[in-house]
Ligand binder design. Structure first.
Ligand code: B12
Ligand code: SF4
Ligand code: SF4
Length: 219
């Protein structure tokens, strides 16, 4: 079972769907457009200890270690199950968030990160498996969008430079702040706006995982 193989690495299936004619489906193992996709990801930081264990045996200066780990693990599982594995960081970028909205019925939070009814903002995608056959999968029930029910929207009020607003994410202001001496809190504990969200608190990433992601983001 794919689920079992993924669970050994702290990963989970995040739904999937069959492509339709209008989709620009990426290639499957045969080189022809894939017929179906299953998304692979994480709830909370479940893969973190598995990744850290793998990381210990690798060179300290390895570039993009989390991507390398994800590609290695998901690629091996894909080949076992006859699927081509792709990564969210493959270029040109594949529309992972659009796929995720379709696969799990999620909607974006005001931060751009998709809001999950259970995991809140504490989930991500580590890869996708592309199949050359159609799969039998139930379309998702529409998920409750917790942001619609959130009155105070604390995620829009904690950033020292107001990088998240109704007009989107001010990448430059954010990254300049994170790299500056004043950005220590973001560097050490992660984005203050993301951490201000009360949803999915039990899935919040530990500080060392947040610091790792922030260092990669601000590089
Ligand atoms: C490039 C990129 C960025 C860029 C620009 C984002 C942008 N304006 O599109 C930057 C560097 C700013 C960025 C930052 C972050 N990102 Co980013 N990013 C991506 C990446 C690799 C490609 C986006 C893309 O162009 N896709 C191609 C288009 C065609 O696909 P799409 O589904 O239509 O893309 C949607 C997104 O671009 C989204 N979007 C637009 N603006 C923003 C802004 C933010 C902050 C996010 C999260 C999404 C987002 O709207 C599009 C329409 O649905 C995706 C992975 C992927 N392949 O999608 C991750 C991804 C969107 N990022 C993700 C995350 C978590 C982040 C961060 C919050 C944390 C981090 N990893 O550093 C930070 C935000 C930092 C902060 N301080 O808040 C996650 C979101 C997971 C989720 N639960 O929804 C993704 C899916 C990666 C993953 N492995 O799961 N990111
Ligand atoms: S604080 Fe409220 S609006 Fe912001 S992400 Fe969390 S639930 Fe959504
Ligand atoms: S990482 Fe820091 S500077 Fe960037 S949006 Fe979050 S709180 Fe603001």
């Amino acid at each position: 079972m794919i689920e079992q193989a993924l669970a050994e690495h702290g990963l989970i299936l995040r739904g999937g769907f069959n492509f339709v004619e209008a989709d620009a489906a990426p290639a499957s193992v045969t080189g022809e457009p894939a017929k179906a996709v299953l998304l692979v990801g994480q709830a909370g930081a479940a893969p973190w200890p598995h990744f850290l264990k793998w990381r210990q045996a690798k060179a300290d200066d390895m570039a993009n270690p989390l991507d390398t780990w994800s590609r290695e693990v998901i690629g091996e599982i894909g080949s076992r199950f006859g699927a081509r594995a792709v990564s969210p960081n493959d270029k040109p970028f594949l529309p992972f968030q659009q796929w995720a909205m379709r696969a799990e019925g999620l909607k974006p939070s005001p931060l751009g990160i998709l809001m999950h009814p259970r995991y809140g903002l504490w989930h991500a995608y580590r890869g996708a498996l592309l199949f050359d056959v159609r799969i039998s999968i139930q379309p998702p029930a529409e998920a409750i969008h917790l942001c619609d029910l959130c009155v105070g929207k604390p995620c829009m009020k904690s950033c020292p430079v107001g990088a998240h607003s109704e007009s989107g994410f001010a990448y430059k202001s954010c990254v300049e702040h994170v790299r500056s001496p004043a950005g220590e809190a973001c560097r050490e504990r992660g984005c203050l706006d993301r951490n201000a969200c009360p949803e999915g608190a039990g899935y919040r990433y530990p500080a060392d995982a947040q610091a790792f992601h922030m260092a990669a983001f601000a590089r």
